[in-house]
Design a protein around this ligand. Sequence first.
Ligand code: FNR
Length: 383
Amino acid sequence: MPVITTIDDLKRLHKRRAPKMFYDYAESGSWTEQTFQENTTDFDQIRLRQRVAVDMSDRSTKSQMIGQDVAMPVALAPVGLTGMQCADGEIKAAKAAEKFGVPFTLSTMSICSIEDVAANTKNPFWFQLYVMRDEEFVDNIIARAKNAGCSALVLTLDLQILGQRHKDLKNGLTAPPKMTIPTMINLSTKWRWGIEMLQTKRRTFGNIVGHAKNVGDTSSLSSWTAEQFEPKLDWGMIAKLKEKWGGKLILKGILDVEDAKKAVEIGADAIIVSNHGGRQLDGALSAIRMLPSIVAAVGDQVEVHMDSGIRSGQDVLKALALGAKGVYIGRAFIYGLGAIGEKGVTTALEVIHKELDVTMALCGRRDVTTLDPEVLLIPQDFE
Ligand code: FNR
């Protein structure tokens, strides 16, 4: 086992250990992948101010997200098919997050169900909802999330129509994989993954199969999404869903000031400035580039979170300094999970925590909750 010191180390191991179809599913964006690439390269353009001779003892990364104490303001983002990167992946990731003291968000499109995760964790987790055409299914899944004690609903707004992801289409992405000759050849080299998968019964969408009407063929993900997801979702429907849920509501996929203002109007507890990790509208600007204007417009009225492109604790510090109260990591924890399971998610969190803490210290800051743009050197043309 190589020594792991960065998220990139985990990514290399993930690629080696997971089937190509699922590694590609994680490591891709839509269309030309311009937005996917810029999500990370834009972080690199922001530089840091080195400060010295400041008392650096007693540093703290502790904070709160939507009123919940967190060891650092970094939550695990909802990621579909997590349980295909590694057997029982959602349970393993949720356990790692719980032990570390950060929120875990379960995707509607998870392999382990809400009930599976609730039965294997002690603390409440957050549930991410995709709004389907089948209203009864939506009502039921909201009720299931409530029954499981989920403490926030993360309502995703940027994927009512699936962005075109060429790698998934070429690989014929399915869960579980269909046994074509190229898949079988690839799986024959992924024996650890295969043994673990044989030991679990959780191999398809746990929240959907057996719960939704007209479920059809979930194995063809892109056509299934087109059939099932509600293309009419608008602010009126969002307000009704807020009422049905009745608890903390986080709106995910806000990338425009006007939409952020609408989110404030309907009374969201938080918004996530996000372009879905570059998987939806290719050509959109990176989330870190959109963050400052959204914070300036609504930051005093709603808690602003962000994701898309975070690969290090330095990235976390940059987002917090630009006004995010919390961030989410998607691929960064998936690499860990796909590489070495629960331990890999813990390692990803440890790597990010260490980088955040050391960067804070070298920037002359002790408290993660009081970061501001003064710690950054931002290129003039950035915003
Ligand atoms: C996602 N994302 C996502 N979002 C969501 O609301 N529901 C989902 O089911 C998924 N599924 C999903 C699968 C995979 C493989 C990825 C990489 C991402 C988006 C996710 O929550 C988050 O917005 C991005 O992952 C953030 O970007 P980074 O951190 O991956 O760069």
